[in-house]
Design a protein around this ligand. Structure first.
Ligand SMILES: Cc1ncc(COP(=O)(O)O)c(C=O)c1O
Length: 380
């Protein structure tokens, strides 16, 4: 008997599927290069495994949100001996700059002040700091307002110690392929590029598209754009709205085990709030995963899991550590049996996008919400 203690809930990341997803995104985006966005620990799934799986591809590098994520990636890449750019996409705080310049992380310039601080840190460290200028074309979150950008950028490119490699922006609603706001953002970005060029300023890397625009605005992968950024499509999920042009597949399978199986009489109510009452004697399995593991409360009386390749409806409210499911159609089910919460079994599958629809959210929220006690296991 195998006595090794195993976690009750595990998420398996299929690295073969991940690489296939990457290749499909890259083929779709060509000639633009692809920056893989692995922020927030690769959306919670494990940045080390993602970086190792993607390091051998032709990706342009890795994007993150903040310095600790950047340092983790720098460490992983060093360990495996791969040279790829690691880039902070959002903002850099003054006290973070020195360490990031020393680590060789590509930094965002969100205003003249941040550019000056990066420049001084680079000069002090006697090295060049690679930067990308972040333009706000309509996201309303960070960066230099596009209409004010030319004079600022003209000053930034003259600062010592900087290699101004790129310029970029971000869309708030590129899931809508007809959206005029997105079109206006593209036009204002292009018009900035044209006036910068007239002033003799050009950029090696020009990027605006994340997954939404890769699917809905393919023009954002063509000149003058030279790079796209992708996060959610790598995991095989999409924004709930808009086209799903890419043929990517979910990389993750969330599994747990059956804790107990009981034949319960008609009239039994299940779980907190007594939200489900059995109309007839029913075989109910209690499974060892709840909202602390990432099962949305919204699965209550609406979702299902897969056991023995059969669909088993969730009956009763999801609790912190357990959920109850109807296993009447699943054949013989015993304690310890495997339960697929997300993933494929036989002819059925449940995806993060399915859960997102039930919860009224997006797949980002579902994937990032897997609990800390869920074991992350890379396969393939
Ligand atoms: C600046 C930036 N670029 C790219 C991404 C990746 O987005 P997605 O996961 O939709 O591809 C994000 C994610 O929020 C982002 O903030």
């Amino acid at each position: 008997m195998n006595t090794e203690l195993k976690r009750r809930v595990r998420v398996e990341i299929d690295l073969g599927t991940l690489r296939r997803n990457y290749e499909r995104i890259a083929a779709h985006a060509r000639p633009a290069r692809v920056l893989c966005v692995l922020k927030a620990n690769a959306y919670g799934l494990g940045v080390g495994d993602y970086a190792r799986a993607l390091a051998g591809t032709d990706c342009a590098g890795f994007g993150v949100a903040e310095p600790f994520e950047a340092l983790e990636l720098v460490k992983v890449l060093k360990r495996i001996g791969v040279k790829k750019d690691v880039q902070i996409l959002s903002s850099i705080l003054p006290y973070e700059i020195e360490a990031m310049v020393k680590a060789g992380v590509t930094l965002p310039v969100t205003d003249l002040g941040s550019a000056r601080l990066i420049s001084s840190a680079a000069v002090k460290a006697r090295r060049k700091a690679k930067v990308h200028i972040k333009l706000d074309t309509g996201m309303g979150r960070l960066g230099i307002l596009v209409n004010d950008a030319l004079p600022v950028v003209s000053e930034v490119v003259r600062l010592p110690g900087l290699e101004v490699e790129g310029v970029f922006s971000h869309f708030p609603m590129a899931y809508d392929p007809e959206d005029p706001f997105t079109m206006r953002q593209i036009e204002s970005f292009k018009s900035f590029l044209a006036s910068a060029k007239k002033s003799g300023i050009t950029f090696a890397k020009v990027h605006i598209a994340a997954s939404d625009a890769i699917n809905n605005f393919p023009a954002c992968a063509k000149p003058p754009f030279t790079m796209v950024r992708t996060g959610i499509n790598l995991h095989g999920s999409f924004d709930p709205n808009g086209r799903k042009a890419l043929n990517v597949e979910p990389v993750l399978t969330l599994k747990t085990r059956v804790a107990q199986v009981r034949e319960l009489p008609a009239g039994t109510t299940l779980g907190y709030g007594r939200t489900w009452c059995l109309k007839e004697p029913t075989r109910i399995a209690t499974i060892s995963a709840g909202y602390a593991d990432g099962l949305p409360l919204a699965l209550t009386n609406r979702g299902h899991v897969l056991i023995n390749g059969a669909v088993c409806p969730v009956v009763g409210r999801i609790s912190m550590d357990y959920a109850t499911v109807d296993v009447s159609g699943a054949g013989e089910v015993r304690p310890g049996d495997e339960v697929i919460c997300l993933g494929r079994s036989g002819k059925f599958s449940v995806t993060p996008d399915d859960w997102a629809r039930l919860k009224g959210t997006h797949a980002y929220d579902i994937i990032c919400s897997l609990g800390t006690r869920v074991e992350r296991v890379a396969i393939g």
